[in-house]
Each structure stands twice: as structure tokens, then as C-alpha cells.
Design a protein around this ligand. Structure first.
Ligand code: 5J7
Ligand code: CA
Length: 475
């Protein structure tokens, strides 16, 4: 009886922190701005055979269409309703994707934008992705419906109605983030509409949610929404399974709002991870890979079992947002592979791989003025298909980092060494390091700039800086 109670307690505790991936699958990939039809194909032809656990998708709900003169990626972070229709596809295409991915054991994680609706200057009319009428100036969204009293205007105490000071926790939660109409999540009505949207997605078969802009919502309001959520669909998940929750909280230190304030609700994005790893691998401030010996909590990061980690995300890969210039991306391909390889080899956190599209950067005074550019698109604004070349790379300007040989192989490595301890660390006091994962895997990194002994299979297509790794499956 005691053992049973303990099991139940462990089961409950794990709950919303458990990614719900199939056993032996330990990473997800963010297929940023991909079409649902392409994701369904990718689950079947690539992600399932290579051991990926799931996909973080771009927001599936109706958003404002912004034309300035072309459509930015960030329009999808300005909701108009909870109807399922975006540049990625319509409701039928969404359901088809979830079913096909689930059927091959690759689960879908929805980016849920629930802090706000569109910007106050978003205008009015039917210029949204499902054609719903809205009037941003009047705070009227009849397709939900939300109206003036469902927003935080009364609660926000700043003169401008905007977040003016990040050291005031009240305004960070109750005022507008860059003009976005801030939902009154203290109201049961608003919580119910948000939960209804998320429960519809759960019924369709999704496995969890990224909660966008969580820093801008009260942890207690998030909890009240989560308490209204159903268990996952038993067509694919054991009965009683809770949705996986990871909250986007950018906490680099220095602000009163902490990642740990959100632990009660689920996991939290650890933004220090990519910012610090980029600094080390770029060797800024004299940092070296040998310093990574105590990587993880030893670096002041949140607890491993509460962390969602990544080298870059859709926001900070643009030089925007947390981390800024130290963040490594596909633009720095060689260093990027080393960083992603390190992340996937190291036991800390639950790992998310980024998969991007290419754009032309244009730095003016250190800032990329092309940071807004949306996905590869046709003249009518529709998103281009992800085409697959004969060598298995992607076409149409889709980067597909998850298909890079080294990254794909390290996703498999992480699956093989799952549960094994970090062991047998070695370093040369500089940028050559190596470690094992129990008796299942071993990895070697060389980020020193010397010309020297070369042992890597990657010598042929890389410089002398490389990763070498091996793993074995013990029966
Ligand atoms: C919020 C933070 O607390 C933070 O620390 C951060 O780095 C970014 C944001 C942030 O989150 C958003 C979430 C959304 O759902 C929608 C959004 O529009 C935002 C958002 O704009 C945002 O902040 C932008 O990026 C920061 C680096 C700047 O400091 C902010 O001023 C803001 O920049 C604004 O971006 C410009 O001021 C404005 O002119 C421009 O129109 C606007 C374009 O929108 C974005 O760049 C969207 C970013 C975004 C970031 C996310 O982390 C995310 O999950 C989704 C979208
Ligand atoms: Ca808010």
C-alpha cells in the first residue's frame, strides 16, 4: 500500500513536467513557421525514423495579417481568435498533422499565445487569417468573443498603459507588452475561453504547450487555466496523462521576476543556457570549454528537471531578445554544431532543437533590420513548401538544422545514453573536452585553434575543430 501511494505520488509529481514523449525519445524540434502538411510528412519520413520525440509548432490560432509590405514572422504572436487557421494551414490540415504525427509516435507541442490579443494599433476589419472581424481600437474580438472588459486596462497603473519598467512586477503582468492588448486572466470568463481553446487542441491529440510570454502573466492565473485542462487524448496517451507545460520566462538575472516563480505550473525555458554556451564556444571574455565541467546547476541554472533548454530560439536567433549577440545560430554553422552537440550529449534539461528558415541579414548599428522577415513565401503571401533535396537537405530556404548530420546523430546519441550519468570528464585546461554517459556513450570536443592531431570523421568537411563521438547500445 505504501509503495502504491508512493508510485501515485511520483506519478502526480512528474505530471506537467513530463514531456510525454515516447520512451527512448528525448528531444523535440521547433519547426518554426512550417506548414502542417509539411510537418505531417516530416514526422513520417524523418522524425520518427530518427528518434525525435516531438515538434513544437508555430501558433495554430487565427492571427492578424500584417503587411509592411511583406508579412513578418511575429504577426503569429498577435491573436485574433482561437479558430485554427494560419499560414501554416487550416483546421483539417492541423487535425491531419496531429493524427499522422501521433500515429508514428512523434507528438505535437502547441505554442499558446494567451497573454494578449493583437496590438492596439491593429486596426479593424476582416484582415485576419480566418477572416474573422475584429476591432483592435475598441478591444472587440467577436469570434472569441472578447470585449473591453476582458482586458487589463483598468488594472494597469502606468501612464502610457504600456510596460515601462521591468523592475515593477505589477506592470510586467498587467500592462501592455509593446502595445499588445493585455488579457484579464484574473477573470474566470477569460480563463475559460483560453482553456476551451487548449482543451480543443488536447481533444485533437496534442501532447503539451509552450506558454508564450509567461513572464507577463501571473503564475496563479496560469495555474487557474491549467487546472481547467483535460487529460490527454487516450487514443494515443495513457489515461490520466497531463499535458506537458513549458513556460517562456526570460530570466537572465537582474529582474525581480524569476524563472522559479513558475515551477508550480510546469517547466520553464532556461535562457541562460544558450547565452552562456554561446559565450563559451565563441571564447568571449577568455571563456573556455574546460569551464563546462560543472555545466548545469553549477552555472546557476534552474534545476535540470524544471528546465527546457535550447541553443537558440526563433526570437533570439535574430539578435533580438534574451542573450543578444552571443547566441549561436545556423549562420555560425561550425560553432553551432558544437554547441548543439554539447547540449544533446550533456544530461542537463529537456532539449529542444531549432529548425529555421534562411533570411538575408542587414546589420545597421549592430541591429539586424531584417529581423522581422517571415518564412519563405510566394507572391500571395502563402508559405512555401519544405522541399527535400536528393542529399536529404531542405530547399526553398528552409535550413532544417535538425537534418544536419551531426545534429541528427546527436539526437540519436541522447536517446541511447538516456538515464546514464555524466562521467569521466577530461579537459586539457583549454578548449578540448571529453566526457562519457555511463557505459553507453563518449564524446570528444576540440574547439582549440591549433593545427594538430586529427582523429575526427569530420576532418574532411570541417576544420580541425570538431566533435567525435561514439555510443553503443547494451542489450
Ligand atoms: C518580451 C520579453 O519580456 C522579453 O524579455 C523579450 O526578450 C521579448 C519579449 C516579447 O515577447 C513577445 C511575445 C509575443 O507573443 C508577441 C510579441 O510581439 C512579443 C514582443 O514583441 C516581445 O518583445 C520584443 O522584443 C524585445 C527584444 C524588445 O525589447 C521589445 O521591445 C519587443 O520588440 C518589439 O518587437 C518592437 O519594439 C516593436 O517595434 C516590434 O513591432 C515588435 C515585433 O514583435 C516581435 O519582435 C516579437 C517578439 C517575440 C518574442 C518572443 O520571445 C516570443 O515568444 C514571441 C514574439
Ligand atoms: Ca499580461
Amino acid at each position: 500500500m505504501k509503495a502504491l501511494l508512493l508510485l501515485v505520488a511520483v506519478g502526480l509529481c512528474w505530471a506537467q513536467y513530463n514531456p510525454n514523449t515516447k520512451s527512448g525519445r528525448t528531444s523535440i524540434v521547433h519547426l518554426f513557421e512550417w506548414r502542417w502538411a509539411d510537418i505531417a510528412l516530416e514526422c513520417e519520413r524523418y522524425l520518427a525514423p530518427n528518434g525525435f520525440g516531438g515538434v513544437q509548432i508555430s501558433p495554430p490560432n487565427e492571427n492578424i495579417i500584417v503587411t509592411n509590405p511583406w508579412r513578418p514572422w511575429w504577426e503569429r504572436y498577435q491573436p485574433i481568435s482561437y479558430k485554427l487557421g494560419t499560414r501554416s494551414g487550416n483546421e483539417n490540415e492541423f487535425k491531419n498533422m496531429v493524427t499522422r504525427c501521433n500515429n508514428v509516435g512523434v507528438y505535437i507541442y502547441v505554442d499558446a499565445v494567451i497573454n494578449h490579443m493583437c496590438g492596439s494599433g491593429g486596426g479593424s476589419g476582416n484582415g485576419a487569417t480566418c477572416g474573422s472581424y475584429f476591432n483592435a481600437g475598441n478591444e472587440d474580438f467577436p469570434s472569441v468573443p472578447y470585449s473591453k472588459s476582458d482586458f487589463n486596462d483598468g488594472k494597469c497603473k502606468t501612464g502610457s498603459g504600456e510596460i515601462e519598467n521591468y523592475s515593477d512586477v505589477n506592470q510586467v503582468r498587467d500592462c501592455r507588452l509593446v502595445g499588445l492588448l493585455d488579457l484579464a486572466l484574473e477573470k474566470d470568463y477569460v480563463r475559460s475561453k483560453v482553456a476551451e481553446y487548449m482543451n480543443n487542441l488536447i481533444d485533437i491529440g496534442v501532447a503539451g504547450f509552450r506558454l508564450d510570454a509567461s513572464k507577463h502573466m501571473w503564475p496563479g492565473d496560469i495555474k487557474a487555466v491549467l487546472d481547467k485542462l483535460k487529460n490527454l487524448n487516450t487514443q494515443w496517451f495513457p489515461s490520466g496523462t497531463r499535458p506537458f507545460i513549458f513556460q517562456e520566462v526570460i530570466d537572465l538575472g537582474g529582474e525581480p521576476i524569476k524563472a522559479s516563480d513558475y515551477f508550480g505550473n510546469g517547466r520553464v525555458t532556461e535562457f541562460k543556457y544558450g547565452a552562456k554556451l554561446g559565450t563559451v564556444i565563441r571564447k568571449w571574455n577568455g571563456e573556455k570549454m574546460s569551464y563546462l565541467k560543472n555545466w548545469g546547476e553549477g552555472w546557476g541554472f534552474i534545476a535540470s528537471d524544471r528546465a527546457l533548454v535550447f541553443v537558440d530560439n526563433h526570437d533570439n536567433q535574430r539578435g533580438h531578445g534574451a542573450g543578444g549577440a552571443s547566441i549561436l545560430t545556423f549562420f555560425d554553422a561550425r560553432l553551432y554544431k558544437m554547441a548543439v552537440g554539447f547540449m544533446l550529449a550533456h544530461p542537463y534539461g529537456f532539449t529542444r532543437v531549432m529548425s529555421s528558415y534562411r533570411w538575408t541579414r542587414n546589420f545597421q548599428n549592430g541591429q539586424d533590420v531584417n529581423d522581422w522577415i517571415g518564412p519563405p513565401s510566394n507572391g500571395d503571401g502563402s508559405t512555401k513548401a519544405v522541399t527535400i533535396n536528393a542529399d536529404s537537405t531542405c530547399g526553398n530556404d528552409w535550413v532544417c538544422e535538425h537534418r544536419w548530420r551531426q545534429i541528427r546523430n546527436m539526437v540519436i546519441f541522447r536517446n541511447v545514453v538516456d538515464g546514464q550519468p555524466f562521467s569521466n570528464w577530461w579537459d586539457n585546461g583549454s578548449n578540448q573536452v571529453a566526457f562519457g554517459r555511463g557505459n553507453r556513450g563518449f564524446i570528444v570536443f576540440n574547439n582549440d585553434d591549433w593545427n594538430g592531431a586529427r582523429t575526427s570523421e569530420e576532418y574532411a568537411d570541417e576544420s580541425h575543430q570538431h566533435i567525435t563521438f561514439g555510443s553503443r547500445v547494451i542489450p
